[in-house]
Design a protein around this ligand. Sequence first.
Ligand code: TYM
Length: 327
Amino acid sequence: MKRMLSGIKPTGRLHLGNYIGAISQFKKYQDEYEMFIFIANEHAITVPIEAKDLRKNTKDLVALYLACGLDPSKATIFLQSDVSAHAKLGWVMTCMSYMGELQRMTQYKDKTAKGEAGITAGLFTYPPLMAADILLYDADYVPVGVDQKQHVELTRTLAERFNHRYSDTFKIPEPLTTKVGQKVYSLQDPTKKMSKSASDPKGTIDLLDDPAAARKKIMSAKTDSIGIIQYDPQDQPGLANLLTIQSVLTGEPVESIVSRYEGKGYGELKKEIGQTVFDFLTDLQARYNEILTSGKVDEVLKEGAEKASFIANKKIRKVYKKIGFTI
Ligand code: TYM
């Protein structure tokens, strides 16, 4: 069975972009692959975050993973900091990376271009840590949104470099992005991705948003003045984004939605999508609340850490031997 691994940073509340770009994919693949899904809490401290928020986000994230349908009997769900091999291999991968490579990573580049203050060294070196996350498990595939593809490419480069410099140690992973929903955009500015840090909360639908408020966000989503329902991300990015959301949440192909709405207006379509989102969030939150109070989160993480550590420790021992740490 091929192995798949992915993670999400617990930096804020999860939104529909994370669900569509990542979690819905994990759920789909857990039957076909040996899955490893982790909470990337070591990545979360690359920007300042209060301990109480990190704790809450982490618990929420695990509960949401489970509420979204991830099944701990099929997928190993764990906390990155519970498996010390991540930090260990992260350092090795940092030493395998060149400054120029890391300077080209979009997130760092964007933040420095904007002249943002307080950029940490951790933000600069987080792609090699992400490489370590993946390589520890010999993952064949890494399902991610399109914004993370560059990091998986770097992972491949670092793995090849290590294998070449020492000897064959790491499997070369493939990024896996889906056609629909590679990137979900802000409802208010469909040229920007929906993100946890979005300054405009009307543009982002959090998975824990009040379902009625989320419906309102869909109703007031920015579209265009063309007035024809068709899938045209170039000229009608707002509409294309809404069609994507509807398609992923219901499983109905975009073409089929478009043909049902031939000759109809945006208002009617938004009503249907608003209802889809309302129902989706209502169901999800009911399961989430039940899981949070059941003690299941701690249980799943404990078991996950044991399974993940077993594999990761084996790999780090091998690496330590090859680089000369083990005398
Ligand atoms: P993070 O936490 O920013 O995002 C988690 C996942 O959600 C996807 N995503 C989106 N997909 C579609 N539309 C959007 N608007 C959107 N926003 C986010 C991301 O592509 C990602 O798949 N560095 C990673 C976490 C990480 C990781 C890893 C992932 C750490 N180590 C190893 C895979 C493998 C991150 O910051 O994701």
